[in-house]
Design a protein. Structure first.
Length: 293
């Protein structure tokens, strides 16, 4: 595994002669497909499978036996390579481009089993792969994964970012999620940093929890507090307990919910749902969960 310095802007280009560049054609590409602006296709190849999504969760190889979970804007394409081109040739071209852009890189042969398949594409066993990381749009990270299995080369790109919430978190949404799985993660209940003081912008979400309990008078819920891993495990445990208790106290005092309908428990940083190595992951881990009893 090799590590390079990250740069602020990803500008990757494969070295090609003017004649090869002129001969490059996209006429055989599957309809609606395109190259990602950060990564040029290998000269003479064409796209035969393509997917692009506003938001996706992806596990990318980042070591011989390690996968990195990343979420954000997602692009992936399988390209068919021209004849007489080897995976060694293709992967060395991309590796040189990544090194020229001073990206952090991870390389390997067969991808770890847990992250060999990508959403929206039919998987294929890879002869070799390389994952590169750099700073992308809006200051976030961009992950680029290249894999080769003749006659195909895979390009997958994730511009890391938070999902745009398009479904309103209301009582109906909370009820539906709990009825479906028995619990729901609730974001939008915010606290003062390092404290259990609920901030004023949390009122709307808390009101919806109150409405949920009014609609479901026979329901009992456990309010669970969860933190990221910043600070000691003991301090996080205590903080998560206090935050769960603060949510209960708000619902009892502001919405008149009977106290015996609500239990509380804090788990600190023991149950992360995302990688604590990134700010995006830590934000996901700082949450309240409602569990039906």
């Amino acid at each position: 595994m090799t590590k390079k310095t990250m740069v602020q802007i990803l500008v990757l280009g494969l070295a090609m002669s003017p004649a090869a560049a002129a001969a490059e054609s996209h006429e055989n590409d599957v309809e609606g497909s395109k190259d990602h602006p950060a990564v040029k296709r290998y000269p003479g190849s064409f796209i035969y499978e393509f997917v692009e999504r506003e938001f996706e969760a992806v596990d990318l190889p980042a070591g011989l036996s390690m996968c990195e979970h990343v979420e954000g804007k997602y692009f992936a394409a399988w390209y068919q390579l021209p004849e007489k081109v080897s995976c060694t040739q293709v992967m060395r071209n991309y590796d040189n481009a990544f090194k020229a852009s001073k990206l952090t890189t991870y390389t390997g042969k067969a991808a770890p089993e847990a992250c060999k398949d990508l959403p929206g594409l039919n998987g294929a066993a890879l002869e070799s792969w390389e994952t590169a990381v750099g700073k992308g749009p809006k200051g976030g990270k961009t992950w680029i994964h290249i894999g080769c299995s003749l006659p195909w080369v895979l390009t997958a790109v994730v511009d890391v970012g938070e999902m745009e919430q398009k479904v309103e978190i209301d009582a109906d949404y909370l009820a539906g999620e709990i009825e479906k799985s028995g619990h729901v993660a609730v974001y939008g209940i915010n606290f003062a940093t390092g404290k259990a003081d609920i901030t004023a912008d949390s009122a709307k979400v808390l009101e919806e929890i109150g409405s949920l309990l009014a609609r479901k008078p026979d329901w009992r819920l456990r309010i669970e507090g969860h933190t990221d891993n910043v600070g000691s495990a003991k301090a996080n445990q205590e903080l998560s307990n206090k935050r769960a208790q603060a949510v209960k106290a708000w619902l009892v005092s502001k919405r008149g919910v009977k106290a015996d309908r609500l239990d509380t428990q804090g788990f600190g940083d023991a149950k992360p749902v995302a990688d604590n190595k990134t700010e995006e992951g830590r934000a996901k881990n700082r949450r309240v969960e409602l569990v039906k009893l």
